[in-house]
Design a protein around this ligand. Structure first.
Ligand code: ZN
Length: 282
């Protein structure tokens, strides 16, 4: 028998379902076979499976993966009920839209599921999730399938530079600031509009579902993905600024302009980057 490895951040329901798929069982048959009582109804991504501590142990045994390893990969498995509860129970819990997981890279999932499925659901991180190996981005939950990014290889490259940013002490605050700034620039069509428009068109060309979803415009559905490279460049720059010798706001702006690969960056005094620089560098 083979092992079904969890994906990082995978929903408990998603992993249990993939495990059941490899045994050619339904989820309730799998749980029943493990002596676990299932209550309620649901399916990912609109619901998550909550397991009692005893049920977690049985799932780990079934998966032949040590429970601490499984808990590290499945973020909701650790959200245990009463520790003294010795009964193995599982129950479905409905998720609000903003709590719902997103679909993982279909090819990574197929590989980790021994070919039985290409569907897995993982927690939505605060940034776009691009698979650098398969050139796929996890899509907004309103889209039924992932976004292919093969026509925009800079997105896969950004995945790697983002990993380097995340090792930085100021990564989280720099990301939050940079994301707010690029989102505002995008919405107000400032500074990088031509580059972003080109990238959006490249994405739409190979992702017809972006333009046919109907619930939102492609410009909105793909916003975080389209701005991702510049958001990471800006975040990395903001993270290192305090340790660089840029004494004035103008020096800092010139430095950021170069890093973004722009010839010039004329910032109005109410521009969010200008505000950020003048308020954090006093
Ligand atoms: Zn992948």
């Amino acid at each position: 028998m083979f092992r079904v490895r969890p994906l990082p951040g995978e929903a408990t329901a998603s992993y249990s379902q993939r495990l059941a798929d490899t045994y050619q069982l339904t989820l309730s048959q799998l749980l029943d076979g493990a002596g676990t009582t299932l209550t309620g109804h649901g399916t990912p991504p609109t619901a998550e499976l909550h397991l009692s501590p005893a049920a977690c142990h049985r799932l780990a045994a079934l998966a032949r993966i040590p429970l601490p390893h499984l808990t590290r990969a499945l973020p909701h498995l650790a959200l245990l009920g009463a520790a003294h509860d010795t009964e193995a129970t599982a129950r479905w819990k409905r998720l609000e839209v903003e709590q719902q997981p997103i679909r993982a890279c279909t090819l990574c999932t197929r590989h980790r599921s021994h070919g039985t499925t290409d569907t897995a659901w993982i927690d939505r991180p605060p940034h776009p999730l691009v698979c650098p190996r398969h050139h796929q981005a996890a899509a907004d939950p309103r889209l039924t399938s992932p976004i292919r990014t093969g026509t925009t290889p800079e997105l896969a490259a950004t995945h790697h530079t983002h990993q380097r940013l995340r090792r930085h002490l100021r990564a989280a605050t720099a990301w939050t600031a940079a994301h707010a700034i690029t989102t505002r620039w995008y919405d107000h069509q400032q500074h990088l509009t031509h580059r972003w428009h080109t990238r959006l068109n490249q994405l739409c060309a190979v992702n017809p579902h972006l333009t046919t979803t109907g619930s939102a415009s492609p410009a909105l559905l793909a916003r975080d993905l389209v701005t991702y490279p510049e958001t990471v460049v800006l975040a990395r720059t903001l993270a290192i600024l305090p340790s660089h010798r840029h004494h004035t706001t103008d020096d800092a702006i010139a430095f950021i302009t170069r890093r973004l690969g722009l010839a010039r960056l004329a910032l109005a005094s109410h521009d969010p980057l200008h505000t950020f620089l003048t308020h954090t560098r006093r």
